[in-house]
Design a protein around this ligand. Sequence first.
Ligand SMILES: [Zn+2]
Length: 354
Amino acid sequence: MKKVDTIEIPNPANHHVHLREERMLEFTSFFSRLFSVVVAKANLKNPVVDAAGYDKYYNQDLLAYSMPQVIGGIMMTPGTTAGTVEEAYRAGARFVANIPEGVSTNSNGILLMDLTSTRSAAVYASMSELGMPLLLHVQSKFNTNLSKWELECFFSSIKLIKCHFPKLKISIEHPNLKSLIEFIYATSGMTGGIAPHYGLYTEYNIFGKNGEILRPEIFCQPPYANIEDRLAVKYAMADPYHHGERKFRYAADDAPHSILVKKGNVPASGVFSGPVGPCVVAEILESIGRLEDMPEFMKYDEEFFGVPLNSSSAKTMVLEKREWAPPRIAQCGETPSEQVYLLKGGEKVSWQIV
Ligand SMILES: [Zn+2]
């Protein structure tokens, strides 16, 4: 087999980042250097849930920073109505994201078992009409992976929603279980955003014998699963299409938290992969002999988000086979509150973005 030592990725996109607010916004420089497009969630301290919030965050606060093309949206809550969605769309929002209440940072969305509530039906109808995707965090409230019962319940809910709203585009964000990945492949109109750390770690990498967290820097939700699940994530990166339909895309879920809140007994949940995430993807795909499939997985999914690529932010990412060790922390200042742990910080990585 021909040895490949350079990969070019036209229009790379990170389809799931958290740009945060205040000092953490300094980390946006990583994204503007690397990607043509980022899809940015706004589960801020005061989550963006309507047109006014959208306007303040995406159309004002973010403008002070150097950015790639940003696709923004609103967070779903039990109070979201069809009117809220339509107004937010007019302000520029292009997706609705649901993070169930209590499962992640500043999350106040709908619980998985309430996704089919009659109140949500009008919201889905409006999103369907506008072509706005629904981005779902499929997570349990109990800091564990979903039980068999919860998964069955979720799959039935999605089938019901798809039955009533066949045009509604849905993504499972960071699917970490083989069963979720199989469901995406098997269900028309379902897609998933893959985060590289789920192709890297299992529960054995983070928890000790008594369930204690050994590596808070990689702690995240949903939790890492087992070896079989990790393998399913790797092959989803290699096979982003199924019967001509795009199923998977790069969605690193970059979630910067200061090292202060990553220490403590219950570390904040989230991983910041920054410039290392694409290198990890290259390592994973190379390990299964599928490096040539990387550009298809990384390229911007214009059809799903329905937002044309802005030619002024278009770029090509180039990776070279070159060993390096990312720094342990990325920083925007000298104090711990301005520093975040970097994925694979201090470890050897065999590909580098040039
Ligand atoms: Zn996220």
